[in-house]
Design a binder for this molecule. Sequence first.
Ligand code: C5P
Length: 417
Amino acid sequence: MSTRLTIVVGVTGGIAAYKAVGVIRALVLEGHSVHVVATDAALRFVGKPTLEAISRNPVATDLYEGVAEVRHVAIGQSADLIVIAPATANTIAKLAAGLADDLLGNTVLASTAPLVIAPAMHTEMWRNPATVANIATLRERGVTIVGPAVGQLTGTDSGPGRMVEPQAIVEAALSTVGRRVADTQSPDASSGDASSVRRDFEGCRILITAGGTREPLDPVRFLGNRSSGRQGVAIANAALARGATVTLLAAHLDVEPPAGVDVLEVGTARQLESAVKDASASADIVIMAAAVADYRPLEVREEKIKKSKTGERLILELEQNPDILAGLTASKRAGQVIVGFAAETEADPSALIEVGREKLERKGCDYLVINHVGWSEGFAAERNEVVMLQSGGDIVMEAFGSKLSVANRILDVIASR
Ligand code: C5P
């Protein structure tokens, strides 16, 4: 991004505050002017000198300092973007309630800039109905919620609640401003509330499939794939932030879907097929990001397969699963938009696109998003590189970046239709 932005980074009191230093550093290195507003609790985790050295600006904490320059509103008024990382459950509750009992609360209330928050807390706190409701409130107001990720937490426990890595927060935050800039420059941009991100999917019902299906062999084993569901969940996040009503059909996700999305868990391809049939009837857009097993075991054993009985070799007989996407496009409603995905191992870019074109035609969808996958690329990664084809085979978009930024680019193409 070439524009130098004035960015306020709010740091609140969680252990992930040490990672806020990485967020601040990345924004400074991108050429932005960064002003840190830290809560008292944040300064118990990371020292003011560190935040000042990295941000290259004084750090503001106290509501009663700099009163003559009306600092409690001045910081917020001057911001092009506010990023709160980490955002604790307490701060999220205060933001949802509109409290202004510290400098950060005042800054947020006095600002019309986009607000991006990166929650970090223990899983129980993230799943607590109070936090779920607060997050839904913030999302409704146009706040961009980045994460949390699933992973190791402070103690020995792990689960959803870990703050997303600094680079992904920076990308999500800057892409929020990018969308705002695009909005204000577009001739049909609404002249109304400039404080929220573009709500260009308001009133739109989007069905997204994500993750990887699993086909049972016996009560304890399955045939599966390495899809983490990150790209599908990122699309759900982006669609929700842009005003859509989102239903997510989730097949074994490694990441937590955002609060505010209607989530239905599925296991096998055939379960996914029946859920897609039900949910697609009322969807305006269907995005099939899930990796669906092409085959399932012909026989699912009632008892665990034992090598003592099977011997040296085990031959599994498989039968084909239904192609859900092809079935969907065959019966699609007028005006419905259907997007398929193709994860392919072709290393040569033109061969990859050819495989995509052939698949697009065979499946009959409106768009196909192709990405290259390999032993270490694609599935569980935080970033993605995609080419998007439209019906007929033309390339309409190429993107590389965080899965959230790729998600927004995919939605941009659909929105431009
Ligand atoms: O054929 P392939 O698995 O590469 O196709 C990928 C696309 O088709 C994805 O959008 C996936 O969700 C969908 N698919 C499907 N039913 C299958 C296999 C894939 O809907 N049985």
